[in-house]
Design a binder for this molecule. Structure first.
Ligand SMILES: N[C@@H](CCC(=O)N[C@@H](CS)C(=O)NCC(=O)O)C(=O)O
Length: 221
């Protein structure tokens, strides 16, 4: 029996986990969670956030960092924490999952609103409510109005990564956790099917393709 990954397509943390599963060649199926109807997710994990990984053994893990740690224990090879680079990968992945996430998430808001609107006004309304509870009333409309500013902020935040990738395929040389975290966050600029990483960020565009090709995405369950 394959593991099950509960996800929202738009989630960068789910994209990170998908790619680690692909890299480690773990068989899994995707359960695309309906944003408004999360009964199956709740029953499987006792909470309402993704990613959640339900292993064939019956073990269920919530949170992308915990999932990756557990996968590393269960499937140590190929490793995402190369010897003597493990600490740096973790520090960099943490930065990517928080600081870079903040910039890219804000720049991707118009696409996310459109994505949830296509699924229905009710999904869009819940999505907006969750965001505005966290960031305050009017946040979503403000991000749409300020889209240009948010795009240049995201561009600035990506420049150090673009530079690092000018002479190597992966951030710290050998592929590892930080690369999967970066791939996940870049997925916020790709979930529409169009790669919205600026043409000026050529190394990052190639990096995204390189990690994306690690294996083909499995079919939705
Ligand atoms: N630190 C968590 C963050 C997970 C997270 O923020 N998940 C979001 C989707 S990207 C979520 O499930 N949000 C609930 C909601 O939007 O209702 C992780 O790394 O897994």
């Amino acid at each position: 029996m394959a593991a099950k990954l509960y996800q929202f397509l738009t989630s960068p943390f789910c994209a990170k986990v998908r790619k680690v599963l692909d890299f480690k060649d773990v068989e899994y199926e995707i359960v695309e969670v309906d944003y408004l109807e999360r009964k199956e997710l709740l029953l499987a994990s006792g909470q309402l956030m993704v990613p959640v990984l339900a292993l064939a053994s019956g073990e269920t893990i919530v949170d992308s960092a915990r999932i990756v740690r557990r996968l590393e224990e269960l499937y140590p090879e190929p490793t995402v924490l190369p010897p003597s680079w493990s600490g740096l990968h973790q520090v960099l992945a943490d930065y990517i999952d928080t600081q870079l996430e903040d910039a890219l998430f804000k720049a991707s808001i118009p696409d996310e609103v459109a994505f949830f609107r296509r699924q229905g006004r009710d999904r869009e309304a819940l999505w907006r409510m969750v965001r505005e509870r966290k960031y305050g009333a009017g946040f979503v409309e403000q991000m749409i109005t300020e889209h240009g500013v948010q795009q240049s902020r995201a561009h600035q935040a990506l420049l150090p990564f673009e530079e690092a990738l000018s002479d190597r395929a992966f951030l710290l040389g050998r592929i590892g956790l930080a690369d999967f975290a970066l791939y996940g966050q870049l997925y916020s600029l790709a979930f529409t099917g169009e790669l919205k990483i600026s043409a000026e960020l050529r190394n990052l565009r190639m990096f995204f393709g390189r990690v994306d090709r690690i294996s083909s995405a499995p079919e939705a369950a």
